[in-house]
Design a protein around this ligand. Structure first.
Ligand code: A2R
Length: 313
């Protein structure tokens, strides 16, 4: 199997390269000119906003499966740079879909990676969220990802392209940026252990319930969806068991090697925090047999160890 991962220099890309190459796949991966990719793959430069660069890579690699990870993936940045977010996430996806429609090779499968954020303002009692739930995106990033998924369905139907859509819920693991909660708490704890800050961890809303999956499980889901997902269908990827953010905090404190107190930071509280976001993951299980296997404790311990190592470098 020959895979092309578009936008592989980010958090998930490195894990997906490892997952696919370990499964014996030939892996090609793309990044922007100013980015780097390490791993068992052939690297190509590609800017998703430039359709000609996509066509060139498609026609030279001739992949069997394409994973589209390239994105402006930050909700916070999407408020500050809405045009850029739409340019990369929406126009970029159209560029890819057009390039696929015109490509010389016709039997390519494409997996479009979207987000659990697309569900947005969830109606009470809607959890666990099935893929058929109405999307009510609550921020610009989420709207662009919902749009990507809709475009994927439209191109699949209109041009008989083989496209699978994914809505990935929170995922975490070593090397994730510290704007995400598990990495954020682990970094703070590692800094406290290293004597780099006061023994106080700063937190936001601990009562919100979210669904967390280890990134290594998530990329395994992506591989299986590439192999077994049904064309034209959308799949939730998540654990299917939301936990309170307080549980993450307690686990980090349990692993920490110093006494740490907790301080609530009003700046970390979001006015419109949705109480629970939890996916129904029965569809991916039925079609691929995938379910999350790595425990949250393991993800947290590995992420904490990763920060400990990084702070020593
Ligand atoms: O923004 P940068 O410089 O970190 O680069 C990101 C890259 N990217 C692009 N690639 C090609 N053409 C563009 N015009 C373009 N703009 C940005 O896509 C980054 O290297 C990659 C996305 O990686 P992350 O932001 O680390 O996302 P992550 O966590 O790997 O998530 C993968 C996918 C994304 O579509 C998320 O929205 C979704 O999973 O949840």
């Amino acid at each position: 199997m020959k895979a092309l991962i578009i936008g592989a220099a980010g958090f998930v890309g490195g894990y997906l390269i490892e997952e696919l190459s370990s499964a014996g796949w030939e892996v090609h991966a793309t990044c922007l000119e100013n980015e780097r990719i390490d791993g068992r793959c052939t690297v190509h430069n590609l800017d998703i906003t430039d359709k000609a660069s996509i066509t060139a890579v498609l026609n030279s690699v001739m992949p069997d499966i394409i994973y589209h990870l390239a994105a402006q993936s930050s909700v916070a940045v999407s408020w500050k740079k809405p045009q850029l977010t739409a340019e990369v996430n929406v126009i970029g996806s159209i560029n890819l879909l057009e390039a696929l429609h015109e490509a010389e090779k016709k039997d390519m499968r494409t997996v479009l990676i979207g987000s659990g954020e697309e569900y947005g303002f969830i109606r009470q009692g809607a959890c666990p969220l099935s893929e058929d739930e109405v999307l009510r995106p609550g921020n610009i990033y989420a709207a662009t990802k919902a749009c990507q998924g809709m475009l994927g369905e439209i191109y699949a139907r209109a041009y008989k392209l083989d496209i699978v859509m994914v809505r990935a819920f929170n995922h975490s693991g070593p090397n994730q940026a510290d704007i995400f909660v598990i990495s954020d708490f682990c970094r703070q704890a590692a800094e406290i252990e290293a004597g780099l800050r006061e023994p106080v961890i700063s937190v936001g809303n601990l009562e919100a319930m979210r669904d967390f999956t280890d990134v290594r499980d998530v990329v395994r889901a992506y591989r299986l969806l590439g192999e077994k997902g049904r064309s034209g269908e959308t799949y939730n990827v998540g654990r299917g068991k939301a936990v309170k953010i307080r549980y993450i905090l307690d686990t980090v404190l349990k692993f920490a090697e110093k006494e740490i107190t907790v301080e609530c930071d009003p700046k970390r509280m979001r006015a419109s925090d949705i109480p629970i976001i939890e996916p129904d993951v029965s569809k991916i299980y039925a079609d691929t047999g995938w379910k999350a296997e790595i425990s949250m404790e393991q993800t947290i311990e590995d992420t904490l160890n990763n920060w400990r190592t990084k702070l020593k470098e």
